[in-house]
Design a protein around this ligand. Structure first.
Ligand code: NI
Length: 169
């Protein structure tokens, strides 16, 4: 039990630190590279940040449904369609970053006051089946870390294109 609780606390810490990693990664991207896509079907740095904000709002709702509903259902969504239909390139990226900060801070405070038994709750994900509070925590503890890394790789690719002669028209 103590081992589980310390694994959980480690994951909650990573979860809590995620927004800083995302913010730092995006701050390294020059404005002229915000909307640059590495290839067809790939997201720009701005789209990645807007995806993170929408994922954050979904995640915040998911843990609340899990904890507070009797037969919790977690809604799946098509993230590529969201990026397109919600036109992430016309969004205000600073509001997306602020959303991530506030929603995650508010949810971190919820996680720290959940009763022990909440962590064994399992609900149903509309696409993938059984989905528990610990599954939720493992996914979102690393979600922003993964996307911060994706922003770094996108920036590196953009720089390569910038310095390669003759590829720009
Ligand atoms: Ni994601």
């Amino acid at each position: 039990m103590a081992e589980l609780a310390s694994e959980r606390e480690g994951l909650i810490k990573r979860y809590e630190q995620g927004p800083t990693k995302l913010r730092d990664a995006f701050a390294r991207v020059p404005k002229e590279a915000w909307k640059w896509r590495p290839g067809p079907g790939k997201w720009s740095a701005q789209e990645i940040v807007c995806h993170c904000a929408d994922a954050e709002m979904n995640a915040a709702a998911r843990i609340r449904y899990l904890v507070a509903e009797e037969k919790p259902t977690v809604l799946g969504y098509d993230q590529a369609r969201w990026a397109e239909k919600l036109d992430y390139h016309s969004a205000r990226v600073e509001l997306a970053l602020a959303t991530v900060d506030v929603v995650r801070a508010h949810t971190t405070s919820l996680l720290r006051r959940l009763p022990e038994k909440a962590w064994s709750i399992t609900g149903t994900h509309t696409e993938s089946g059984p989905y528990g509070a610990m599954d939720w925590l493992r996914i979102y503890a690393e979600h922003l870390e993964k996307h911060a890394g994706q922003i770094d790789r996108t920036l590196a690719q953009w720089r390569q294109e910038e310095t390669r002669p003759g590829v720009r028209e």
